[in-house]
Structures are given as structure tokens and as C-alpha cells.
Ligand binder design. Structure first.
Ligand code: PMP
Length: 416
């Protein structure tokens, strides 16, 4: 398909309207308009989210759940409505299965400590994949050190796709949990989570899905996926930082011990013994990030209004165009060429260090990420010290990709 026909696949979003929702896009960086291609690290926030957070602090700021006064009741209602919005967004059977956390990292640690740790015996196995973010590696390593369990890694091929045959072989009764990233932040690969859950389900192996990068790009239905836990972060999906969620099957949440002790998670306390609340309160000790949770609900509203199918279709067009356009640059090599990919383009440019690439394109107003993307085993797999990564969001345009490509061409020119 030619460039112009790829650009024509743009029927679904009112992109100018969307761009006007993001005030930061009016910024100039080194005298050039900002081209933000770092959504995988953290998305920008639309006015709706910013104003929702400001409205909370201006008009009904109060602690939740405990107060009888009006502000506290309003804050509690907004916090709980947000939980309901998130539950509907991922098609959770009940909002009581949605636990607010600080983000994906905390959600995974919560499952590691409260769900898995009490079950592990020496020799048990935890299965993860080669393309995990550190947050879906390190918590399991720590557990293995403590319990004598063993961490096993499902290999991937050169395209950055999981070796499904190996996964099937490694999936045995010894495996006590399989942790898998839905969309890789370093490669863009979309993993076949539904198939993986079916395979694991046959042996009764619980599956935790790291959904940090899937939530902003596609619709997620935890019931269709068939997983046991789904973890995500507000800031990757156009919401505030410091907030995220864990969805877990109610039977798991019910049987799990609390993660932290404190206020809010208890029903009754004496010095002899405490009785815990039911989930999700059981896992939300202390005053939570109330403004963040309410802001995350606003981000969900924003994405729902646009429609995740539209987001996915629009970004697929951008990705196809970007893949073709960038391939024309001398010395450009895409890292991560899976057939099923979301809007992440990791690459190397000749033998120029990724940090130099990132610093030089910033001079043209282009924000990309460079480094190991908190997925060191991925860059090690390709024998690279680092990659540069342009990642897409709903506000990006074909012109953003052209500007990136022009900037990269200037960089190669400097090193020629
Ligand atoms: N998993 C993936 C795939 C990610 O991209 C990230 C963030 N880069 C995380 C987990 C961790 O998310 P957070 O820092 O919001 O906890």
C-alpha cells in the first residue's frame, strides 16, 4: 500500500477535536510545535481529566467513606462511581472486583504478596515471558528468593512474538501462576492472551495479565480474556499518575489476605485481633488517591466517548504508515515486528546511540523514549544496549510521523 493510501485510512476520529482537548499540545519545544511520541511512558491528559481533578480539590475535597458530612459523601460517591466506570470499561462482573492501587506495579505486587506467596512451595514454578516489563519480573524473583520457587521464562522469536509451542510445553502442574504482558511496551507485540488463558485454564493455572499498555489502545474485556487478574495504570490511559487498578476474580479476592494493614481495610479492631473488610476495601488501607481515582474515572469517560474500537482502528492506520515511512530512512531498523502490534515503534538508527537520537530529535520538538524501557531482557535478546521508541496515542497524526521521520533523517545526516 502506498503512503497516500495509508494516510487515507483515517476515517474514524475527529483528530482536530481530540487534539484541542489536550492543552499541552500547544507547547513549543525549542521553537517547534511539540510532537509527543512518548505515550507508552505516560499519556498526556485531556482537559476533561484535568478539570475533574481540579473540580474535586476546589469543590468537594474531603476524605472518603468515613464522613457523614456532605463533602465527604460527595467525594465517596465520586470515588465509588469511578470504580463502577472502570469495572464497566473492562466488563468486570462486579465493581467490587476492582481494587484501586498506585498503578500496574502495585497491582502486580499485591497479587504476588496476597495471592501467590501463601501458596508457594520450594520447586513450584512461576511462568512469565521474555518480553515482560521489570514490574512483571522483579516481584516474582523476590518471591522465588523467599520461597524456593523457580521463575521460568517463555521464549520469543526474532519478531518479538511468543513461542506458543514452548509455552504449552512449559505449562505444567508445577506452575502456580502465569504472568503475561498483554501489549509489550518495548516491542508493541499484542499477545494472544485469550488463547493463553484457555491453555492455562485446562490445568487450573491462574493467569495475571499486565494490561498497562493494552488499556490505552484497545478494548479490554476481562471475561472474554478469561484471565484471573488484570493490572493497569491511570497515567497510561490519559488519567492521573499515582493511581491504577487491579481487577481480580471475586473468589480470589475473597480468599486473599490483606496486602497492607491500616484504616479503611478493617471492620473491627481490638488489640487482640482485627476483622477485615471484604474486597475491595480489604486491599485499600489508608486514605487513597481520591483525586486520582476520580480523575481516572474521567479518563475512562473520555475514552468511552471516543470508542476503543475507533482508537484501535485509528492507531492501526498510524502504525502502518509509520512502519512504512520510517523504513525508508537509511540505517533504520525496527525492533519488534510482530504481526499483531499496537502503536509502539522501537528502533535503532545505524550505530548511533539511542540517547543521541532522542536528544537530537528533541531539538525539533519530537519527544521519544530511549533506553531499555524497563524491559532489559528485551534489549539483551536483540544484543542491543538500548533502543529509541516512538509510541502513539490518540492525539498523534500522520504529520507527527513525517516530522519524526524528517528529524531522524537529519540525525543520520549528521553522523554520515
Ligand atoms: N507494564 C508495562 C507493560 C508498562 O509499560 C509499564 C510502564 N512503563 C508498567 C508495567 C509499569 O507501570 P507503572 O509504572 O504505572 O506501575
Amino acid at each position: 500500500m502506498g503512503e497516500s493510501s495509508l494516510k487515507a485510512i483515517n476515517p474514524v476520529l475527529d483528530i482536530e477535536k481530540i487534539r484541542s482537548d489536550f492543552p499541552v499540545l500547544n507547547r513549543k519545544i525549542h521553537d517547534s510545535p511539540l510532537v509527543y511520541l512518548d505515550t507508552a511512558a505516560s499519556a498526556q491528559r485531556p482537559l476533561k481529566v484535568i478539570e475533574t481533578v481540579v473540580d474535586f480539590y476546589r469543590n468537594y475535597n474531603a476524605n472518603i467513606h468515613r464522613g457523614v458530612h456532605t463533602l465527604s459523601q460527595e467525594a465517596t460517591a465520586a470515588y465509588e462511581q469511578s470504580r463502577e466506570k472502570i469495572a464497566r470499561f473492562i466488563n468486570a462482573p462486579s465493581s467490587q472486583e476492582v481494587v484501586f492501587t498506585r498503578g500496574t506495579t502495585e497491582s502486580i505486587n499485591l497479587v504476588a504478596h496476597s495471592f501467590l506467596r501463601p501458596k508457594l512451595q520450594p520447586g513450584d514454578e512461576i511462568l512469565i515471558s521474555w518480553m515482560e516489563h521489570h514490574s512483571n519480573i522483579v516481584p516474582w524473583q523476590l518471591l522465588c528468593e523467599e520461597t524456593g520457587a523457580v521463575l521460568k521464562v517463555i521464549p520469543m522469536n526474532q519478531h518479538g512474538e511468543l513461542e506458543m509451542a514452548a509455552l504449552e510445553e512449559m505449562l505444567t502442574e508445577r506452575v502456580k501462576l502465569l504472568g503475561i504482558v498483554h501489549v509489550s511496551n518495548a516491542l508493541g507485540t499484542i499477545n494472544p492472551v485469550e488463547d493463553i488463558c484457555t491453555l492455562a485454564g485446562r490445568l487450573g493455572v491462574p493467569v495475571l495479565v499486565d494490561g498497562a499498555q493494552a488499556m490505552p489502545h484497545q478494548s479490554v474485556d476481562v471475561q472474554t480474556l478469561g484471565c484471573d487478574f488484570y493490572c493497569f495504570s491511570g497515567h497510561k490511559m490519559y488519567g492521573p499518575t499515582g493511581i491504577g487498578a487491579l481487577w481480580g476474580r471475586s473468589r480470589h479476592l475473597h480468599s486473599m489476605k490483606p496486602y497492607q494493614g491500616g484504616g479503611e481495610m478493617i471492620r473491627h479492631v481490638t488489640f487482640e485481633k482485627s476483622e477485615f473488610n471484604e474486597a475491595p476495601a480489604k486491599f485499600e488501607a489508608g486514605t487513597p488517591n481520591i483525586a486520582g481515582a476520580i480523575g481516572m474515572g474521567a479518563a475512562v469517560d473520555y475514552l468511552r466517548d471516543i470508542g476503543m474500537e475507533n482508537v484501535a482502528a485509528y492507531e492501526a492506520g498510524l502504525l502502518a504508515y509509520g512502519t512504512e515511512r520510517l523504513a525508508k530512512i537509511d540505517g533504520f531498523r525496527m525492533v519488534g515486528t510482530a504481526t499483531k502490534k499496537a502503536g509502539v515503534m522501537s528502533f535503532v538508527l545505524a550505530d548511533i546511540h539511542a540517547n543521541d537520537v532522542g536528544t537530537l530529535v528533541d531539538l525539533h520538538g519530537v519527544a521519544i523514549r530511549t533506553g531499555h524501557h524497563c524491559a532489559m531482557p528485551v534489549v539483551q535478546f536483540y544484543g542491543l544496549p538500548a533502543t529509541a521508541r516512538a509510541s502513539l496515542g490518540i492525539y498523534n497524526t500522520f504529520s507527527d510521523i513525517d516530522i519524526l521521520a524528517d528529524a531522524l533523517e537529519k540525525v543520520t545526516g549528521m553522523f554520515a
